[in-house]
Design a protein around this ligand. Sequence first.
Ligand code: PAF
Length: 303
Amino acid sequence: MSVEPPLDPEIPMSIGSGIPGLGIEVARVPEAVRRRVEAWRREGATVALVPTMGALHDGHRALVRAARAGADRVVVSIFVNPRQFGPSEDLATYPRTENDDLAALTEEAADLAWVPSPEVVYPPGFQTTVRAGALGQPMEGAHRPGFFDGVTTVVAKLFALVRPHRAYFGEKDYQQLLVVTRMAEDLDLGVEVVPVATVREPDGLALSSRNVRLSPSERALAPVLHRTLTRMAARLADGASDPATEAAWGRGRLREAGFGEVDYLDVRDPVTLEPVGRAGSPARVLAAAWLGDVRLIDNVPVV
Ligand code: PAF
């Protein structure tokens, strides 16, 4: 893969990953991203952004492919964002696989990887937070205080730096997708947020970077989450049952199967995320539940 020279030799822009055989361009300082994206925009190219925390799997590859299909140039960020992890969460053990990630992005023909350090994203003196509104309060927001403010702050910074025409987010993190879409609209960021369908294992388990931490027995149980949500959604779509009955059944099913704490298992409006009380209303079923020390989340539409 041929790589263009830096636009300005004064700007410290890495050319190539520094790893033999990997051709993707890697930027580690904001100026390198800005210069590259400005040049593309001057040529009239459209730019897509795929924000990630690395440990890339086929779900991320689907995001990159959607981005490639939707824009001329694709930037992928790899940054494990400390601001979206609570003090008791898994920031230290979150999988970090930069070399493999850059290899995957080379295969997917992404144009630029933005791989900053925490000090570059949050330099000394950093003090601004973008706060999520009502969409960020229930479910993930209730169980992970500060999580969405961490997400909206880092995504706002990514949008401001890359100024993409489009940004691609997975439906697996459905609440995040809605929160980020709302933020882009509320702040007039001029970025179209594009949803991408959840990628699943053949047994239905939604792909997640945290799945590697499941023990073999937990991995065998994990697809019960998707099966439970799918059954609930089918009965709700039939009008055969009401949301409260289904939510109680679903919780019981997960506990019987061997899941630990069920943080939430809710039937909610797919746009406002308000609880749905009546059978027959538009809805989405969303859940977060623990298997050992791994927290799985998933959601399905009621159609
Ligand atoms: O979904 C994720 O991986 C993260 O929340 C995101 C959007 C990259 C922000 O850190």
